[in-house]
Design a protein around this ligand. Sequence first.
Ligand code: ADP
Ligand code: MG
Length: 435
Amino acid sequence: MNIGQEVLQLLKEEITEVEYNRYIKQLVYDIKKSTSDLGVFYAPNALVCNWIKSKYREKISHLFEVKSGSKVTISITLKDHLNMKKTKKIIEQKVQHSLLNPSHTFDNFMVGGSNQFAYAAVKSVSEKAGEVYNPLFIYGGVGLGKTHLMQAAGNVFQNQGKNVIYTTVEQFLNDFIRHVRNKTMERFQEKYRKCDVLLIDDIQFLSNKEGIQEEFFHTFEALKGAGKQILLTADKHPKKIGGLEKRLQSRFEWGLVADIQPPELETKIAIIENKCELNKVKLSKDIVNYIATVIDSNVREIEGILSKLHAYSQLMHVDIDLAFTKNVLKDQLQENRANLTLDIITQSVAKDLNIKPSEIRSKGRSKNLVYARRIAIYICRELTTSTMPQLAQYFGMNDHTAISHTIKRINELIINDEDFKVKIEELTNKITSSS
Ligand code: ADP
Ligand code: MG
Protein backbone atom coordinates (compact mmCIF):
# COMPACT_ATOMS: atom_id res chain seq x y z
CA MET A 1 0.00 0.00 0.00
CA ASN A 2 1.35 3.47 -0.79
CA ILE A 3 1.07 6.41 1.58
CA GLY A 4 -1.95 7.84 -0.23
CA GLN A 5 -3.87 4.61 0.18
CA GLU A 6 -2.78 4.28 3.78
CA VAL A 7 -4.04 7.76 4.53
CA LEU A 8 -7.42 6.98 2.98
CA GLN A 9 -7.62 3.82 5.10
CA LEU A 10 -6.97 5.90 8.22
CA LEU A 11 -9.67 8.31 7.12
CA LYS A 12 -12.07 5.40 6.65
CA GLU A 13 -11.86 4.72 10.35
CA GLU A 14 -12.85 8.28 11.19
CA ILE A 15 -15.94 8.64 9.04
CA THR A 16 -19.14 6.71 8.42
CA GLU A 17 -19.26 3.88 5.96
CA VAL A 18 -21.77 5.73 3.79
CA GLU A 19 -19.50 8.75 3.56
CA TYR A 20 -16.52 6.60 2.79
CA ASN A 21 -18.25 4.58 0.08
CA ARG A 22 -19.89 7.54 -1.52
CA TYR A 23 -16.93 9.89 -1.62
CA ILE A 24 -13.55 8.84 -0.35
CA LYS A 25 -13.58 5.44 -2.03
CA GLN A 26 -13.73 7.21 -5.38
CA LEU A 27 -10.46 9.05 -4.85
CA VAL A 28 -7.42 7.87 -6.76
CA TYR A 29 -3.95 8.67 -5.48
CA ASP A 30 -1.35 9.56 -8.08
CA ILE A 31 1.90 8.24 -6.77
CA LYS A 32 3.90 9.60 -9.72
CA LYS A 33 2.77 13.20 -9.39
CA SER A 34 2.90 13.23 -5.61
CA THR A 35 6.03 14.38 -3.85
CA SER A 36 7.12 14.60 -0.24
CA ASP A 37 5.18 17.83 0.18
CA LEU A 38 2.40 17.38 -2.36
CA GLY A 39 -0.28 14.68 -2.36
CA VAL A 40 -2.18 14.43 -5.65
CA PHE A 41 -5.61 12.82 -5.82
CA TYR A 42 -8.18 12.58 -8.60
CA ALA A 43 -11.94 12.60 -8.18
CA PRO A 44 -14.36 11.27 -10.79
CA ASN A 45 -16.63 14.32 -10.97
CA ALA A 46 -16.89 17.92 -9.85
CA LEU A 47 -19.34 17.35 -7.05
CA VAL A 48 -17.38 14.59 -5.38
CA CYS A 49 -14.30 16.71 -5.92
CA ASN A 50 -15.78 19.83 -4.32
CA TRP A 51 -17.39 17.90 -1.53
CA ILE A 52 -14.16 16.16 -0.61
CA LYS A 53 -12.22 19.41 -0.86
CA SER A 54 -14.55 21.26 1.46
CA LYS A 55 -15.15 18.46 3.95
CA TYR A 56 -12.10 16.25 4.02
CA ARG A 57 -9.10 18.05 2.58
CA GLU A 58 -7.82 19.27 5.92
CA LYS A 59 -8.30 15.86 7.48
CA ILE A 60 -6.41 14.22 4.64
CA SER A 61 -3.61 16.73 4.93
CA HIS A 62 -3.46 16.15 8.67
CA LEU A 63 -3.30 12.36 8.23
CA PHE A 64 -0.47 12.77 5.74
CA GLU A 65 1.37 14.82 8.31
CA VAL A 66 0.76 12.12 10.92
CA LYS A 67 2.09 9.45 8.55
CA SER A 68 5.03 11.27 7.01
CA GLY A 69 5.93 13.79 9.66
CA SER A 70 5.96 16.76 7.32
CA LYS A 71 3.43 19.23 5.95
CA VAL A 72 1.79 18.05 2.76
CA THR A 73 -0.34 20.12 0.42
CA ILE A 74 -3.28 18.16 -0.91
CA SER A 75 -4.38 18.62 -4.51
CA ILE A 76 -7.71 17.11 -5.53
CA THR A 77 -8.68 17.58 -9.14
CA LEU A 78 -10.88 16.07 -11.78
CA LYS A 79 -9.46 13.11 -13.56
CA ASP A 80 -10.49 14.28 -17.00
CA HIS A 81 -8.69 17.55 -16.80
CA LEU A 82 -5.41 15.93 -16.05
CA ASN A 83 -5.80 13.24 -18.62
CA MET A 84 -6.20 15.63 -21.48
CA LYS A 85 -3.17 14.75 -23.57
CA LYS A 86 -2.86 18.17 -25.11
CA THR A 87 -2.42 20.09 -21.89
CA LYS A 88 -0.71 17.34 -19.98
CA LYS A 89 2.77 18.26 -20.98
CA ILE A 90 2.34 21.92 -20.28
CA ILE A 91 0.84 21.18 -16.90
CA GLU A 92 3.70 18.89 -16.03
CA GLN A 93 6.18 21.58 -16.89
CA LYS A 94 4.44 24.28 -14.99
CA VAL A 95 2.84 22.51 -12.08
CA GLN A 96 5.59 23.37 -9.67
CA HIS A 97 4.67 27.03 -9.66
CA SER A 98 1.20 27.21 -10.80
CA LEU A 99 -1.90 25.57 -9.42
CA LEU A 100 -4.49 26.99 -11.74
CA ASN A 101 -7.99 25.61 -11.56
CA PRO A 102 -8.78 24.53 -15.14
CA SER A 103 -12.48 25.31 -14.77
CA HIS A 104 -11.72 28.95 -13.99
CA THR A 105 -12.15 30.11 -17.57
CA PHE A 106 -13.61 33.20 -19.20
CA ASP A 107 -16.39 31.04 -20.66
CA ASN A 108 -17.43 29.95 -17.20
CA PHE A 109 -17.43 33.49 -15.88
CA MET A 110 -20.87 35.10 -15.96
CA VAL A 111 -20.71 38.78 -16.80
CA GLY A 112 -23.12 41.41 -15.51
CA GLY A 113 -23.05 45.08 -14.58
CA SER A 114 -21.29 44.30 -11.31
CA ASN A 115 -18.23 42.71 -12.85
CA GLN A 116 -18.09 43.73 -16.50
CA PHE A 117 -15.39 46.33 -16.04
CA ALA A 118 -13.04 43.89 -14.31
CA TYR A 119 -13.93 41.18 -16.81
CA ALA A 120 -13.15 43.42 -19.80
CA ALA A 121 -9.87 44.52 -18.26
CA VAL A 122 -8.66 41.00 -17.51
CA LYS A 123 -9.83 39.76 -20.89
CA SER A 124 -7.88 42.42 -22.74
CA VAL A 125 -4.78 41.71 -20.68
CA SER A 126 -5.13 38.03 -21.56
CA GLU A 127 -5.12 38.99 -25.22
CA LYS A 128 -2.15 41.33 -25.03
CA ALA A 129 0.11 40.31 -22.18
CA GLY A 130 2.31 43.13 -20.92
CA GLU A 131 0.99 45.60 -23.47
CA VAL A 132 -2.21 47.15 -22.18
CA TYR A 133 -2.51 47.50 -18.44
CA ASN A 134 0.52 46.59 -16.44
CA PRO A 135 -0.03 45.90 -13.65
CA LEU A 136 -3.72 45.13 -13.67
CA PHE A 137 -5.13 45.39 -10.19
CA ILE A 138 -8.55 43.85 -9.45
CA TYR A 139 -10.22 44.48 -6.13
CA GLY A 140 -13.53 43.55 -4.49
CA GLY A 141 -15.18 41.63 -1.64
CA VAL A 142 -14.93 37.96 -0.76
CA GLY A 143 -16.23 35.44 -3.25
CA LEU A 144 -16.94 37.90 -6.04
CA GLY A 145 -14.77 36.15 -8.62
CA LYS A 146 -11.36 37.82 -8.37
CA THR A 147 -9.42 34.57 -8.23
CA HIS A 148 -11.59 33.08 -10.95
CA LEU A 149 -10.90 35.98 -13.33
CA MET A 150 -7.22 36.08 -12.56
CA GLN A 151 -6.89 32.35 -13.17
CA ALA A 152 -8.93 32.60 -16.37
CA ALA A 153 -6.19 34.85 -17.72
CA GLY A 154 -3.60 32.46 -16.26
CA ASN A 155 -5.17 29.52 -18.10
CA VAL A 156 -5.07 31.42 -21.38
CA PHE A 157 -1.38 32.20 -20.91
CA GLN A 158 -0.61 28.68 -19.80
CA ASN A 159 -2.26 27.21 -22.87
CA GLN A 160 -0.03 29.45 -24.96
CA GLY A 161 2.92 27.73 -23.27
CA LYS A 162 3.90 30.79 -21.24
CA ASN A 163 5.61 30.35 -17.93
CA VAL A 164 2.84 31.44 -15.55
CA ILE A 165 3.21 31.77 -11.82
CA TYR A 166 0.03 31.92 -9.82
CA THR A 167 0.56 32.43 -6.12
CA THR A 168 -0.87 34.00 -3.02
CA VAL A 169 1.05 36.41 -0.84
CA GLU A 170 1.22 33.70 1.78
CA GLN A 171 2.83 31.18 -0.58
CA PHE A 172 5.17 33.83 -1.94
CA LEU A 173 6.23 34.62 1.61
CA ASN A 174 6.69 30.95 2.55
CA ASP A 175 8.72 30.37 -0.56
CA PHE A 176 10.85 33.40 0.26
CA ILE A 177 11.47 32.23 3.83
CA ARG A 178 12.38 28.74 2.65
CA HIS A 179 14.90 30.06 0.14
CA VAL A 180 16.40 32.43 2.68
CA ARG A 181 16.77 29.55 5.10
CA ASN A 182 18.34 27.29 2.47
CA LYS A 183 20.52 30.12 1.23
CA THR A 184 19.14 29.72 -2.28
CA MET A 185 17.86 33.23 -2.86
CA GLU A 186 19.21 33.29 -6.41
CA ARG A 187 16.83 30.46 -7.24
CA PHE A 188 13.91 32.32 -5.73
CA GLN A 189 14.78 35.42 -7.75
CA GLU A 190 15.34 33.45 -10.88
CA LYS A 191 11.94 31.82 -10.51
CA TYR A 192 9.90 34.94 -9.88
CA ARG A 193 11.83 37.42 -11.99
CA LYS A 194 12.14 35.23 -15.06
CA CYS A 195 8.54 34.09 -15.44
CA ASP A 196 6.36 35.41 -18.28
CA VAL A 197 3.34 36.25 -16.20
CA LEU A 198 3.03 36.75 -12.46
CA LEU A 199 -0.38 36.45 -10.81
CA ILE A 200 -0.50 37.31 -7.13
CA ASP A 201 -3.75 36.81 -5.28
CA ASP A 202 -4.90 38.67 -2.17
CA ILE A 203 -2.13 41.23 -2.18
CA GLN A 204 -3.66 42.95 0.88
CA PHE A 205 -1.74 40.42 2.98
CA LEU A 206 1.47 42.30 2.15
CA SER A 207 0.25 44.85 4.64
CA ASN A 208 2.80 45.52 7.42
CA LYS A 209 5.23 42.87 6.18
CA GLU A 210 8.23 45.00 5.30
CA GLY A 211 10.70 42.30 4.34
CA ILE A 212 8.51 40.68 1.77
CA GLN A 213 7.36 44.05 0.44
CA GLU A 214 10.96 44.89 -0.31
CA GLU A 215 11.47 41.60 -2.15
CA PHE A 216 8.20 41.97 -3.98
CA PHE A 217 9.15 45.49 -5.03
CA HIS A 218 12.29 44.21 -6.78
CA THR A 219 10.37 41.36 -8.40
CA PHE A 220 7.86 43.89 -9.64
CA GLU A 221 10.54 46.18 -11.05
CA ALA A 222 12.29 43.33 -12.83
CA LEU A 223 9.12 42.01 -14.44
CA LYS A 224 7.70 45.39 -15.33
CA GLY A 225 11.06 46.43 -16.78
CA ALA A 226 11.07 43.34 -18.97
CA GLY A 227 7.53 44.01 -20.17
CA LYS A 228 6.14 40.95 -18.37
CA GLN A 229 2.51 41.00 -17.31
CA ILE A 230 1.64 41.38 -13.64
CA LEU A 231 -1.86 40.77 -12.35
CA LEU A 232 -2.86 41.44 -8.76
CA THR A 233 -6.01 41.09 -6.70
CA ALA A 234 -6.96 42.45 -3.30
CA ASP A 235 -10.01 42.93 -1.17
CA LYS A 236 -9.65 46.71 -1.38
CA HIS A 237 -8.29 49.54 -3.49
CA PRO A 238 -4.49 49.98 -3.21
CA LYS A 239 -5.03 53.32 -1.47
CA LYS A 240 -7.04 51.61 1.25
CA ILE A 241 -4.53 48.87 2.01
CA GLY A 242 -2.78 50.14 5.13
CA GLY A 243 0.82 49.32 6.01
CA LEU A 244 2.02 49.35 2.43
CA GLU A 245 5.16 51.14 1.24
CA LYS A 246 4.35 54.24 -0.77
CA ARG A 247 6.41 53.10 -3.74
CA LEU A 248 4.45 49.85 -3.95
CA GLN A 249 1.11 51.53 -3.55
CA SER A 250 1.86 53.94 -6.35
CA ARG A 251 3.07 51.14 -8.62
CA PHE A 252 -0.12 49.22 -8.04
CA GLU A 253 -1.94 52.15 -9.60
CA TRP A 254 0.38 52.52 -12.57
CA GLY A 255 -1.63 50.30 -14.86
CA LEU A 256 -5.33 49.93 -14.26
CA VAL A 257 -7.29 49.45 -11.05
CA ALA A 258 -10.66 47.78 -11.63
CA ASP A 259 -13.30 46.86 -9.08
CA ILE A 260 -15.79 44.00 -8.84
CA GLN A 261 -19.09 44.70 -7.14
CA PRO A 262 -21.53 42.19 -5.61
CA PRO A 263 -23.60 40.56 -8.38
CA GLU A 264 -27.11 41.70 -9.20
CA LEU A 265 -29.91 39.16 -9.03
CA GLU A 266 -29.75 38.34 -12.76
CA THR A 267 -26.01 37.73 -12.58
CA LYS A 268 -26.47 35.50 -9.55
CA ILE A 269 -29.07 33.51 -11.46
CA ALA A 270 -26.74 33.15 -14.43
CA ILE A 271 -23.93 32.01 -12.14
CA ILE A 272 -26.12 29.41 -10.46
CA GLU A 273 -27.29 28.09 -13.82
CA ASN A 274 -23.72 27.88 -15.01
CA LYS A 275 -22.58 26.03 -11.89
CA CYS A 276 -25.49 23.60 -12.25
CA GLU A 277 -24.47 22.87 -15.78
CA LEU A 278 -20.83 22.37 -14.85
CA ASN A 279 -21.73 20.09 -11.97
CA LYS A 280 -24.48 18.31 -13.87
CA VAL A 281 -27.13 19.24 -11.32
CA LYS A 282 -30.65 19.86 -12.59
CA LEU A 283 -32.63 22.50 -10.74
CA SER A 284 -35.95 24.02 -11.71
CA LYS A 285 -36.22 27.74 -12.36
CA ASP A 286 -38.02 28.45 -9.07
CA ILE A 287 -35.26 26.76 -7.09
CA VAL A 288 -32.57 28.71 -8.94
CA ASN A 289 -34.43 31.94 -8.23
CA TYR A 290 -34.88 31.00 -4.61
CA ILE A 291 -31.18 30.30 -4.11
CA ALA A 292 -30.29 33.56 -5.86
CA THR A 293 -32.44 35.57 -3.51
CA VAL A 294 -31.36 33.96 -0.25
CA ILE A 295 -27.63 34.02 -0.73
CA ASP A 296 -26.24 37.47 -0.15
CA SER A 297 -23.41 38.25 -2.45
CA ASN A 298 -20.69 35.72 -1.84
CA VAL A 299 -20.75 33.56 -4.94
CA ARG A 300 -18.61 30.94 -3.25
CA GLU A 301 -21.63 29.96 -1.20
CA ILE A 302 -23.39 28.83 -4.35
CA GLU A 303 -21.04 25.93 -4.87
CA GLY A 304 -21.34 24.84 -1.28
CA ILE A 305 -25.10 24.93 -1.59
CA LEU A 306 -25.14 22.87 -4.78
CA SER A 307 -22.82 20.22 -3.32
CA LYS A 308 -24.95 20.08 -0.25
CA LEU A 309 -28.21 19.76 -2.17
CA HIS A 310 -26.72 17.05 -4.30
CA ALA A 311 -25.24 15.15 -1.40
CA TYR A 312 -28.40 15.32 0.69
CA SER A 313 -30.60 14.24 -2.16
CA GLN A 314 -28.32 11.26 -2.77
CA LEU A 315 -28.01 10.27 0.84
CA MET A 316 -31.72 10.60 1.48
CA HIS A 317 -32.87 9.34 -1.91
CA VAL A 318 -35.13 12.29 -2.60
CA ASP A 319 -35.48 14.65 -5.55
CA ILE A 320 -34.41 18.23 -5.15
CA ASP A 321 -37.60 20.29 -5.00
CA LEU A 322 -38.27 23.72 -3.57
CA ALA A 323 -39.37 22.50 -0.13
CA PHE A 324 -36.28 20.34 0.15
CA THR A 325 -34.06 23.23 -0.96
CA LYS A 326 -35.59 25.54 1.63
CA ASN A 327 -34.95 22.99 4.31
CA VAL A 328 -31.33 22.46 3.36
CA LEU A 329 -30.71 26.20 3.08
CA LYS A 330 -32.40 26.91 6.37
CA ASP A 331 -29.78 24.75 8.04
CA GLN A 332 -27.05 26.47 6.10
CA LEU A 333 -28.22 29.96 7.00
CA GLN A 334 -28.60 29.02 10.64
CA GLU A 335 -25.18 27.43 10.66
CA ASN A 336 -23.73 30.66 9.32
CA ARG A 337 -25.39 32.67 12.02
CA ALA A 338 -24.55 30.26 14.81
CA ASN A 339 -20.85 30.95 14.42
CA LEU A 340 -21.27 34.66 14.85
CA THR A 341 -20.35 36.15 18.17
CA LEU A 342 -20.40 39.72 19.44
CA ASP A 343 -16.60 39.72 19.19
CA ILE A 344 -16.57 38.62 15.57
CA ILE A 345 -19.15 41.20 14.55
CA THR A 346 -17.44 44.00 16.45
CA GLN A 347 -14.07 43.09 14.97
CA SER A 348 -15.47 43.06 11.45
CA VAL A 349 -17.15 46.42 11.88
CA ALA A 350 -14.00 47.88 13.44
CA LYS A 351 -11.83 46.54 10.65
CA ASP A 352 -14.09 47.87 7.96
CA LEU A 353 -14.21 51.32 9.51
CA ASN A 354 -10.54 51.36 10.40
CA ILE A 355 -10.85 51.71 14.15
CA LYS A 356 -10.04 49.46 17.07
CA PRO A 357 -12.64 47.01 18.42
CA SER A 358 -11.88 48.32 21.91
CA GLU A 359 -12.85 51.83 20.78
CA ILE A 360 -16.24 50.60 19.64
CA ARG A 361 -16.78 49.17 23.10
CA SER A 362 -15.46 52.28 24.86
CA LYS A 363 -17.45 55.28 26.02
CA GLY A 364 -15.84 57.52 23.36
CA ARG A 365 -18.30 60.01 21.89
CA SER A 366 -16.53 61.17 18.74
CA LYS A 367 -18.65 61.12 15.62
CA ASN A 368 -17.05 58.11 13.96
CA LEU A 369 -17.05 56.05 17.14
CA VAL A 370 -20.73 56.68 17.68
CA TYR A 371 -21.36 55.75 14.06
CA ALA A 372 -19.36 52.51 14.31
CA ARG A 373 -20.94 51.59 17.62
CA ARG A 374 -24.43 52.06 16.25
CA ILE A 375 -23.69 49.81 13.33
CA ALA A 376 -22.10 47.14 15.51
CA ILE A 377 -25.00 47.15 17.97
CA TYR A 378 -27.56 46.93 15.22
CA ILE A 379 -25.84 44.01 13.49
CA CYS A 380 -25.29 42.18 16.78
CA ARG A 381 -28.97 42.57 17.54
CA GLU A 382 -29.92 41.26 14.10
CA LEU A 383 -27.52 38.37 13.82
CA THR A 384 -27.12 37.01 17.33
CA THR A 385 -29.54 35.97 20.05
CA SER A 386 -28.01 38.35 22.60
CA THR A 387 -30.48 40.13 24.84
CA MET A 388 -30.55 43.90 25.43
CA PRO A 389 -28.89 43.62 28.86
CA GLN A 390 -26.15 41.44 27.37
CA LEU A 391 -25.58 43.98 24.61
CA ALA A 392 -25.55 46.82 27.12
CA GLN A 393 -22.89 45.06 29.14
CA TYR A 394 -20.81 44.20 26.09
CA PHE A 395 -20.87 47.72 24.68
CA GLY A 396 -20.18 49.35 28.03
CA MET A 397 -23.56 51.03 28.35
CA ASN A 398 -25.33 51.67 31.62
CA ASP A 399 -28.33 49.42 31.09
CA HIS A 400 -30.66 47.96 28.54
CA THR A 401 -32.64 51.19 28.13
CA ALA A 402 -29.53 52.79 26.68
CA ILE A 403 -29.38 49.99 24.11
CA SER A 404 -33.05 50.21 23.29
CA HIS A 405 -32.67 53.99 22.73
CA THR A 406 -29.75 53.34 20.44
CA ILE A 407 -31.67 50.77 18.44
CA LYS A 408 -34.61 53.12 18.10
CA ARG A 409 -32.27 55.83 16.82
CA ILE A 410 -30.71 53.40 14.35
CA ASN A 411 -34.10 52.40 13.00
CA GLU A 412 -34.84 56.07 12.34
CA LEU A 413 -31.53 56.47 10.59
CA ILE A 414 -32.15 53.44 8.41
CA ILE A 415 -35.35 55.03 7.19
CA ASN A 416 -33.94 58.51 6.68
CA ASP A 417 -30.30 58.03 5.78
CA GLU A 418 -29.70 56.02 2.65
CA ASP A 419 -25.91 55.90 3.12
CA PHE A 420 -26.27 54.52 6.60
CA LYS A 421 -28.70 51.89 5.42
CA VAL A 422 -26.40 50.83 2.62
CA LYS A 423 -23.45 50.62 5.01
CA ILE A 424 -25.43 48.38 7.36
CA GLU A 425 -26.47 46.12 4.51
CA GLU A 426 -22.98 45.95 3.10
CA LEU A 427 -21.45 45.03 6.44
CA THR A 428 -24.19 42.54 7.25
CA ASN A 429 -23.56 40.83 3.94
CA LYS A 430 -19.85 40.83 4.49
CA ILE A 431 -20.16 39.37 7.97
CA THR A 432 -22.70 36.70 7.08
CA SER A 433 -20.86 35.63 3.98
CA SER A 434 -17.46 35.29 5.60
CA SER A 435 -18.66 33.42 8.67
P1 ADP B 1 -12.70 35.82 -4.74
O1 ADP B 1 -11.33 35.46 -5.20
O2 ADP B 1 -13.13 37.16 -5.23
O3 ADP B 1 -12.90 35.68 -3.27
P2 ADP B 1 -13.44 33.53 -6.31
O4 ADP B 1 -12.85 33.90 -7.60
O5 ADP B 1 -12.73 32.51 -5.50
O6 ADP B 1 -13.71 34.81 -5.41
O7 ADP B 1 -14.93 33.06 -6.57
C1 ADP B 1 -15.65 32.23 -5.67
C2 ADP B 1 -16.44 31.22 -6.46
O8 ADP B 1 -17.47 31.88 -7.17
C3 ADP B 1 -15.61 30.50 -7.50
O9 ADP B 1 -16.04 29.17 -7.54
C4 ADP B 1 -15.94 31.19 -8.79
O10 ADP B 1 -15.88 30.29 -9.88
C5 ADP B 1 -17.36 31.63 -8.55
N1 ADP B 1 -17.69 32.87 -9.26
C6 ADP B 1 -17.55 34.14 -8.82
N2 ADP B 1 -17.99 35.03 -9.71
C7 ADP B 1 -18.44 34.31 -10.76
C8 ADP B 1 -19.02 34.64 -12.01
N3 ADP B 1 -19.25 35.92 -12.37
N4 ADP B 1 -19.36 33.63 -12.84
C9 ADP B 1 -19.15 32.34 -12.48
N5 ADP B 1 -18.61 31.96 -11.34
C10 ADP B 1 -18.25 32.92 -10.46
MG1 MG C 1 -9.70 34.85 -4.12
